[in-house]
Design a protein around this ligand. Structure first.
Ligand code: NAD
Length: 282
């Protein structure tokens, strides 16, 4: 199947990033959100991001104009009919995604692939809400999308090889390096990353080292660009805790128990950068 137009649902952080990645790769985009304000904000974010590339001499003004011309914005799902694949990147809420996916499933042609960029919801479960589980797949981009090379391609229980191969090819056309993952909570990257952050809190709670030394250890000893505790402050301690709670419930394995110190910080409102204080003070 040739993909010439990608439909994107949601013009937020991830939706507009995916739109940019497609548009600069010569692929047409229809980006849909619930309000004009939301789509215009998404489009302005893409324009600003392309302007920064021009300033760094990584893009010409003509290429920017050509990329922006490939992005059509809309508040009507009807416009998604032009796409060969629809990538859902709306707010992370199960009921909302279910509603959106049923609506899209009823609207677009049977051969159209539907993908979700969800971070935490089961791809198999979302697929089951549609009439095309074989043409349903996870496409988990990383933030900021234009910068990050990875896309996790998540196969639900019924995802077909043809769907997987088409989506892998699309990710490669976007200049990404996809990895293929079977559906399971956290997929691959977050399954390893968030328990590592949780373990850093246990190390901190046990008083084994200062936060600065824990982070320096992981940066210098494992070549990580940022230490796990500083990363937790960036992600949000509440988000890290919620993810550990999901793993604990879904896997039923006590190795995923959230560190009590992480819980304490969240209870105290120390959620990280967004509240001015987490492990560190900002
Ligand atoms: P966001 O809040 O920045 O954007 C979500 C957008 O969805 C908003 O513009 C909102 O108006 C729109 N929306 C809500 N309901 C809609 C509907 N019915 N139809 C169309 N649009 C609707 O969120 P985000 O960070 O871009 O996250 C989007 C998805 O990507 C989530 O599933 C999230 O888990 C996933 N994700 C996020 C990140 C990240 O770092 N932010 C990374 C990977 C995956």
């Amino acid at each position: 199947m040739t993909i010439s137009t990608v439909g994107i649902i949601g013009a937020g952080t991830m939706g507009n990033g995916i739109a940019q990645a497609c548009a600069v790769s010569g692929i047409n985009v229809v980006m849909v959100d619930i309000s004009d304000a939301a789509v215009q904000k998404g489009l302005a974010t893409v324009a600003g991001s392309l302007d920064r590339l021009i300033k760094k001499d990584k893009m010409s003004a003509a290429d920017k104009d050509a990329a922006l011309a490939r992005i059509k914005t809309s508040t009507s799902y009807d416009d998604l009919k032009a796409a060969q694949i629809v990538i859902e990147a709306a707010t992370e809420n199960y009921e909302l995604k279910l509603k959106i996916l049923k609506q899209v499933d009823a609207l677009v042609a049977p051969e159209v692939i539907i993908a979700s960029n969800t971070s935490s919801i089961s791809i198999t479960k979302l697929a089951a809400a549609t009439s095309r589980a074989d043409k349903f797949i996870g496409m988990h981009f990383f933030n900021p999308v234009p910068m990050m090379a990875l896309v996790e391609i998540i196969r639900g229980l019924a995802t077909s090889d043809a769907t997987h191969d088409a989506v892998k090819q699309l990710a490669e056309r976007l200049g990404k390096s996809p990895i293929t993952v079977k559906n399971a909570p956290g997929f691959v990257v977050n399954r390893i990353l968030v328990p590592m952050i949780n373990e850093a809190f246990f190390v901190l709670a046990e008083g084994l080292a200062t936060p600065e030394d824990i982070d320096a250890g992981m940066k210098l000893g494992c070549n990580q660009p940022i230490g796990p505790l500083a990363l937790a402050d960036m992600i949000g301690l509440d988000v890290c805790l919620a993810v550990m709670d999901v793993y604990l419930t879904e896997f039923g394995d006590s190795k995923y128990r959230p560190c009590p110190l992480l819980k304490e910080y969240v209870a105290a409102g120390r959620l990280g950068r967004k509240t001015g204080r987490g492990v560190y003070t900002y």
